[in-house]
Write a protein that binds this ligand. Structure first.
Ligand code: ATP
Length: 243
């Protein structure tokens, strides 16, 4: 098994307030790893530490064998680390096509044909290419943010709470799109979520995070998954199976 990401002993603080206090996990090449946690548990902080927008107090981050613990944000992007941030951060005054081209700028090698390739996976965006990003629905913006990230040809995508504030019908479409992309292979993903249906549909493994620490690991294929997730969410296992 080749490792795409190795995170060890990660400590991160905002000023003097410790937020992540010893995070360790590994991700295999091609693996989709879920990170499940309630509000304020440190999920976004972890994503920001991995992309380099927050410095580490201690610990190591190894991406495909390269130590990126101290690397700048742009260098991590060049090495194949892509982020689809919480809130999506698309450019509201640029068209969908111009937003996609911004994704090319983060790529190690700019290749305009990549936009057409990526668009094949996103039929809904095809019809919206001339529309301003700010005039899209939340779900369409999420699809655009994902497509823009794919235009940078990442090896590993960090996807931060993609279902937040999005209608269930588009959540389903995002799941189907990601399952197609996963089936093609060659891409690893870390999905940070609170939505049980989304994280269960896509993850090979799920880590739970509480108060800045990884507290458990769940296997969506295991027989006791429904009861394990129910214990995590504080609900009965029948409700978890419905989720
Ligand atoms: N810029 C900041 N300065 C100080 N504290 C912060 C800052 N950003 C986040 N925090 C605190 O760090 C903790 C972890 O926040 P984080 O955003 O990582 O959580 P999260 O799990 O992503 O939550 P959510 O699901 O609400 O986005 C919270 O207690 C939050 O209040």
């Amino acid at each position: 098994m080749r490792l795409m990401l190795e995170v060890s002993g990660l400590h991160v603080a905002y000023g003097r307030i410790p937020i992540l206090t010893g995070i360790d996990f590994q991700l295999a090449e091609g693996e989709f790893l879920g990170i499940l946690g309630h509000n304020g548990m440190g999920k976004t902080t972890l994503m920001r530490a991995l992309t380099g927008s927050l410095p580490l107090l201690a610990g190591k981050v190894i991406l495909a064998g390269a130590d990126i613990s101290k690397a700048a944000v742009y260098r991590r992007a060049r090495l194949g680390l892509g982020l689809v941030p919480q809130g999506r951060d698309i450019f509201p005054d640029l068209t969908v096509m111009a937003n996609l081209r911004m994704g090319l700028a983060a790529a190690a090698r700019e290749d305009a044909a990549v936009v057409d390739e990526v668009l094949e996976e996103f039929p809904r965006l095809h019809r919206l290419l001339d529309r301003k990003g700010g005039a899209l629905s939340g779900g369409e913006q999420q699809l655009l943010a994902l497509a823009r990230c794919l235009c940078s040809r990442p090896r590993l995508i960090l996807l931060d709470e993609p279902t937040e504030g999005i209608q269930p019908s588009i959540i389903e479409e995002i799941i189907e799109t990601l399952l197609r992309i996963k089936a093609r292979g060659g891409l690893s993903m870390i999905l940070v979520e609170q939505n049980l249906e989304f994280i269960t549909a896509l993850s090979d493994r799920i880590l739970t995070i509480q108060k800045g620490r990884i507290t458990g690991e769940l296997d969506p294929k295991s027989a006791d998954f429904a009861s394990a997730i129910a214990a995590y969410a504080g609900m009965d296992s029948h409700a978890a199976e419905q989720a």
